[in-house]
Design a protein around this ligand. Structure first.
Ligand SMILES: *Cc1c(COP(=O)(O)O)cnc(C)c1O
Length: 378
């Protein structure tokens, strides 16, 4: 059991033992199916883990020139880029950084087609399709929701792949098991089947919760092999969350305990600044040793140290009363948190630790200061 009292707080702490366990599962899928799996940097971009990640995966996928550069410089392997739209300057930069570039509309294709033709010997270009098949309940995470701006629907897609387009990309899932992929493939084939026959590669996007305990790995493998053989294509998957799922912690300290018809503990972290998905998604992160409100004897509302009234993490109960100086450890904080922090209120960004729960080795990777706050302002 890791001793979290030795970390400076607030801090993200990622365990390489847990990360390796996820990477081994992903690697098993790669080996068993011949598909290539890329880390979506959008979800997890801790580049100190890059040497470990790249022992297992084939590269990264990027949503911007900055992510593509991080993938190229720190991770290696292949870099695949996609954005809802590219500016001229972003596209030119991505041409120097990417192995694959996926465009989101026919108008973007038309706009960039000369540059695509000029670089098609070295870069593979693809188009993102929208199979219009919904699997994701939360609308802001559903690229197939009505009026979605993500992907080209069949109605707007030509009957043959345009010149120099060699593959198609779809991304429609969020935290889904492989049965969702099965139904998505079925819907995509009904609409785009003829076009898949013209492809040399197809990218199944992210949102595959491959490293979750109840994930059906056998079905995923069967689907990849089926698709690969039917259309004679290379398959890519680009999960973010599945790479870092359950591998990291947010270690925080109780700063104060107050009472306003409820007991409230204020922490040295913040939902708004350090784990914005708690508010955006929204969800309730788990804290080691806690239960839902009123299950254990002492219930608290936990809040952040910012002045935002809604900077509330949730209500939790504990065996012992909370007091100033106590450590609270949030689990599953590696993905979509470190990449989403901000310096709202000028509060300090969390330190970053990389540790090994088997050997006890701890590397304090980074602490942040005034210059990180000031550097984003002018
Ligand atoms: C968000 C996203 C991913 C990664 O999604 P996860 O849910 O983290 O697996 C991959 N590809 C695209 C295009 C995305 O938008």
């Amino acid at each position: 059991m890791t001793d979290f009292s030795i970390f400076e707080t607030p801090a993200f702490a990622v365990d390489e033992v847990l990360l390796k366990r996820n990477l081994e599962i992903l690697s098993q899928i790669q080996k068993g199916t011949g598909a290539k799996i890329l880390l979506a940097l959008k979800g997890f971009a801790m580049y100190s883990a890059a040497p470990l990640v790249m022992q297992y995966l084939s590269g990264t996928c990027a949503s911007s020139p900055h992510e593509a550069r991080l993938g190229r410089e720190e991770f290696g392997g292949e870099v695949h880029s996609f954005a809802a739209a590219y500016s001229d300057s972003d596209f030119d930069e991505l041409l120097t950084l990417s192995d694959h570039i996926v465009l989101n509309s026919m108008s973007q294709y038309e706009h960039f087609k000369d540059r695509i033709a000029a670089h098609s010997d070295r870069i593979k270009f693809g188009l993102r399709i929208n199979p219009e098949h919904r699997e994701t309940e939360v609308e802001i995470y559903d690229p197939c929701a009505p009026f979605s701006r993500l992907g080209i629907t069949r109605k707007n897609f030509p009957d043959t792949l345009p010149p120099h387009i060699t593959g198609l990309h779809f991304h429609t899932l969020c935290e889904k098991n492989s049965d969702s992929l099965e139904r998505t493939i079925d819907a995509a084939e009904k609409k785009f089947g003829e076009l898949f026959h013209q492809c040399s590669w197809v990218n199944f996007g992210g949102g595959h919760h491959i490293t979750r305990e109840d994930y059906d790995l056998g079905l995923l493998s069967d689907l990849i092999i089926y698709f690969k053989n039917k259309y004679n294509v290379d398959i890519f998957l680009e999960p973010g969350e599945a790479v870092a799922l359950n591998t990291g912690f947010m270690v925080s300290t109780v700063l104060d305990v107050i009472n306003n018809n409820k007991k409230i503990a204020i922490l040295d972290t913040s939902a708004a600044a350090h784990m914005p998905d708690v508010i955006e998604m929204p969800y309730r992160p788990y804290i080691i040793g806690s239960e839902e409100a009123d299950v254990l004897p002492h219930t608290y509302r936990l809040g952040g140290l910012t002045c935002l009234a809604g900077d509330i993490i949730g209500e939790y109960s504990f065996k012992e009363p909370l007091k100033t100086g106590d450590r609270l450890v949030f689990t599953d904080m590696a993905h979509y948190s470190m990449v989403k922090t901000n310096t709202f209120n000028g509060i300090k960004l969390p330190d970053i630790y990389y540790f090994n729960s088997e050997t006890g080795k701890i590397i304090h990777r980074k602490s942040f200061g005034y210059s990180d706050f000031k550097g984003r302002l002018s």
